[in-house]
Design a protein around this ligand. Structure first.
Ligand code: NAP
Length: 446
C-alpha cells in the first residue's frame, strides 16, 4: 500500500492510481474469532481492547461489481469498535456468519478475523464494473450504512431494510486499515478544507445525530426547541449540540467535568450541566430509582432555559432513561440510539402516557441523511470534534480511551497518512471557516 500512499501524497491523478498494482495483503486492525471467549467472567470495564485488537496483514478480498477499494488515509474509533473488541453484548462474528450465508459475495466476510472500523477518509483506488459515480483518484469519506439494494424493504428508508448492516461492525473489511472495501453507495465527497484525520471522524456520529434531531425520521427539531443532550462533548453529543445551535434550538449540554463544561461553552452552548458536580443519583441502588433526583434534574434544566426540554437526546441508557422520560416536556420526544450503561431500561410509564411523550428509536442514517449531514461539514457549518490522533498500531489504546470515557469528541487514527494535518486541498476555505473553530477540540485535548 506504500505505493498508493506515495502516489496520493505526490498528487498523482486517477489514471496513475488506477494503474498501480494492488497488493495481496494489507495492514488492518482486527479481532480474532479464536479470542471470542478471552474475557469470559471478566467485569465489563476490565475487558481490555488493547489485548483483543491486533494489527497485522490480512488478505485483500475480491471486489464485487457494486463495490470500491479505498486506500484509507485515516480512520476513527467509534464505540462499536469498543463493543467488538470486548465481545459485548455479543461477538460480532455472529453478524459475519449471517452475512456469509447470504450468497457468494457475503461469504467473503465470514473469516477467522474481523477487520473493524466504521469511519474513514481516503482515495478510491479501484471500482467494480457496476459503479457509475465514482472513479480512482476520488477523495472520499465513507458512511457506514451497508444496504442490499436488491431488497425491496430497503427502498423507502434504507435504515428500515430487513438486512441493513453497519460496515466494519456487522460486515468485515472495516476502515481501521490501510485499505477497505465498501459499496459504492457508502461513498461521499471528502470535505476539501479538512485534513485526512479531521475528515475521517465525522460520518458515523454526525449522521447519527443528524437523523436523531434534524431528520423527519427522528425528532424533527424546530426553531426554539430546547434539547437536553447527554454526553454533550462525546462522539454523538458534540455533533448534536452543533445541530441544535445551527437549527435555532437551545441546547442543554450535560457533561462530567469542569474541563468539558468549558469546552462546551467555547462551542457556544450557554446552558451546561456538570452531572458529576451536581451529583445526581438517579438510582438509589441497583433496582430502585429515585424520582426526587429526576425532579432535581428537571428543576436545574428549567433554571437554565426556562422550560422543560422539547427533545431529549438519549444514549447512556439504563442510568439516565428514567430521568430522560421524566424531564421531557409534555408532548415532547425522547430520541434514543444507544444504551452505553445498560440496555434493560426502566422508566415510569405514567409520566410517558399522561404527558403524551414519545420515545423514538433511531439508528445511524440513510444515504440521503448521511449525505446531507456530510454537506454541513463540507459547508463549514459543523466542525469535526477531533480531540486526539493515534497511529494504527496504537488502535487498542485509542479504543481503551473511548471505552473508559477518557476522551472528548472523536479520536482519529492515521492509517496511510504519514502525519497529521495533511490532505487539506482548500486552505482558503479553511481560513474562511476559521482554524480556531475547526480545531477547537484538538486544541482543548492537546
Ligand atoms: P462517547 O464518545 O463515549 O460519548 C458518550 C458520552 O456519554 C460520554 O462522553 C459521557 O459524557 C456520556 N455518558 C457515558 N456514560 C454515561 C452515564 N452513565 N450517564 C450520563 N452520561 C454518560 O460515545 P459516542 O460515540 O457518543 O456513543 C454513545 C453511544 O451511542 C454508544 O453506546 C454508541 O455505541 C452509541 N451509538 C449508536 C449509534 C447508532 O447508530 N445507533 C451511532 C453512534 C453511537 P460525560 O461523561 O461527559 O457526561
Amino acid at each position: 500500500m506504500e505505493q498508493f500512499r506515495d502516489a496520493i501524497m505526490s498528487g498523482a491523478g486517477g489514471d496513475d492510481i488506477a494503474g498501480l498494482p494492488l497488493p495481496d495483503t494489507y495492514r488492518a486492525a482486527f479481532v480474532r474469532r479464536d479470542d471470542t471467549e478471552m474475557f469470559a467472567g471478566v467485569d465489563s470495564s476490565d475487558k481490555d481492547p488493547r489485548k483483543s485488537l491486533h494489527v497485522g496483514e490480512v488478505a485483500v478480498p475480491e471486489l464485487a461489481p457494486d463495490e470500491a477499494y479505498v486506500a484509507v488515509m485515516a480512520g476513527a474509533v467509534n464505540f462499536n469498535t469498543v463493543w467488538t473488541s470486548i465481545f459485548e453484548p455479543l461477538s460480532t462474528f455472529g453478524f459475519l456468519d449471517r452475512l456469509g450465508r447470504e450468497g457468494q459475495w457475503g461469504a467473503r466476510h465470514a473469516l477467522p478475523y474481523h477487520v473493524v472500523g466504521s469511519d474513514a477518509s481516503g482515495v478510491v483506488v479501484r471500482v467494480g464494473s457496476a459503479v457509475r459515480n465514482w472513479k480512482p483518484g476520488d477523495r472520499v469519506v465513507i458512511h457506514c450504512n451497508y444496504v442490499d439494494d436488491q431488497d425491496p424493504s430497503a427502498h423507502d428508508d434504507s435504515m428500515l431494510a430487513a438486512n441493513q448492516r453497519i460496515w466494519g461492525f456487522e460486515t468485515n473489511f472495516g476502515g481501521l486499515a490501510d485499505l477497505t472495501m465498501v459499496k459504492a453507495n457508502q461513498l461521499m465527497p471528502k470535505p476539501t478544507h479538512l485534513s485526512w484525520e479531521e475528515a475521517a471522524v465525522n460520518a458515523l456520529c454526525n449522521s447519527t445525530a443528524y437523523r436523531m434531531l434534524v431528520s423527519r425520521n427522528g425528532a424533527a427539531m424546530t426553531q426554539g426547541d430546547r434539547v437536553l443532550v447527554w454526553g454533550a462533548t462525546g462522539g454523538i453529543g458534540s455533533y448534536a449540540v452543533q445541530h441544535v445551535l445551527n437549527g435555532g434550538g437551545v441546547p442543554v449540554g450535560v457533561v462530567s467535568s469542569p474541563d468539558k463544561a468549558d469546552l462546551l461553552r467555547d462551542l457556544g452552548v450557554e446552558a451546561v450541566i456538570d452531572r458529576r458536580a451536581a451529583g445526581y443519583r438517579f438510582w438509589k441502588d441497583e433496582h430502585t430509582q429515585d424520582e426526587s433526583e429526576w425532579r432535581r434534574l428537571g428543576k436545574d434544566i428549567r433554571a437554565l432555559v426556562g422550560n422543560d426540554p422539547d427533545i431529549v437526546f438519549e444514549h447512556p441508557g439504563r442510568q439516565t432513561m428514567g430521568a430522560s422520560v421524566f424531564v421531557c416536556k409534555r408532548g415532547g420526544t425522547i430520541v434514543t440510539c444507544a444504551a452505553t450503561s445498560g440496555y434493560m431500561i426502566e422508566y415510569d410509564n405514567r409520566h410517558l402516557w399522561m404527558k403524551l411523550k414519545t420515545i423514538k428509536g433511531s439508528h445511524f442514517a440513510n444515504y440521503r441523511e448521511a449525505w446531507d449531514a456530510n454537506q454541513l461539514i463540507c459547508d463549514g457549518k459543523v466542525q469535526p470534534p477531533l480531540s486526539a490522533v493515534y497511529s494504527l498500531d496504537e488502535v487498542g489504546e485509542a479504543a481503551y480511551q473511548v471505552h473508559h470515557n477518557l476522551h472528548e469528541g472523536k479520536i482519529g487514527v492515521l492509517c496511510l497518512a504519514p502525519g497529521e494535518g495533511l490532505g487539506i486541498d482548500n486552505p482558503e476555505r479553511r481560513a474562511e471557516i476559521g482554524e480556531d473553530r475547526i480545531t477547537a477540540f484538538r486544541r482543548h485535548g492537546a
